[in-house]
Write a new protein. Sequence first.
Length: 328
Amino acid sequence: MDSTSYSSPFLCSVSDAIRVRHYSRKTEKAYIGWVKRFIYFHNKRHPREMGAREVTAFLTYLAVDRNVAPSTQNQAFNALMFLYRVVLGQPIEGLKGVARAKTRQKIPVVLTREEVQAVLQGLEGIYWLAACLMYGSGLRLMECLRLRVMNLDFLHRAIYVHNGKGGKDRVVTLSDELIVPLQRHLENRRQTHDKDVADGFGSVYLPHALERKYPNAPTEWAWQYVFPSSRRSIDPRSGVERRHHFDEKAIQRAVKLAIRKAGIHKPASCHTLRHSFATHLLERGMDIRTVQEQLGHKDVRTTQIYTHVLNRGGSAVVSPLGSVLAVG
């Protein structure tokens, strides 16, 4: 998504400000979308002509009229704060009277061990490997797809997750059962990479100006994605032809299909594998602080939501139905 494709110089300036700060393409797309919605909501007035009152009206509209989720309203809020603070140099302070979207505590969907097994049996190849990493190491989908070869430490049974959610790094466990499949996968991947290099390609995207600091790094094996795309494509920002990581939508579709084929009637997804990882660790007696570190949660209270899953089973509350049916 090149900034030159935006319909106005103003949106291009917003895009440039986002890229200078090394925000992800998804964040850029989301922020640009919210800025455009904000402008259209106020009949195409320029944001420089508006301020706290208009921002308040827009955020309240999202909560009251659109009934958006709290995370959606927060994203819109962050986009507009970025717009006024960074792009326009007019920071907005003390928003008052904003109707907040209602926060709903959701119990995460969790699969049983048997259900996880059934899902994995319905996958193969890259899809199976990715699903095993999400369940076996508690990785988020994008954390899994953004893994580089250097992030896998077979000797110490570890995976190094860099720049995860919130820009945090962490070390997670690597299951013994995945070492040989991953090594075989990388052997095949190396052949593809060597051919790309021989054909004059083979470079990979590097974040935060690392390409300028280490000019040879983009074609080095250690920096390549563990799960690359099956074909090369043009990087919309740099114009360079290279292999990006595997398409997350393809993984999501494959996992959804495997869930349906397994006859599982839960609203499960790729992220459910991560939820199941955490819950099954706690079921086995793992310390909650250790689980927190594995998941990369900033606050242990976020991890504690999985204890609610443990406590909602039949062992927590004995139904009175049995005693009623036994009467007479």
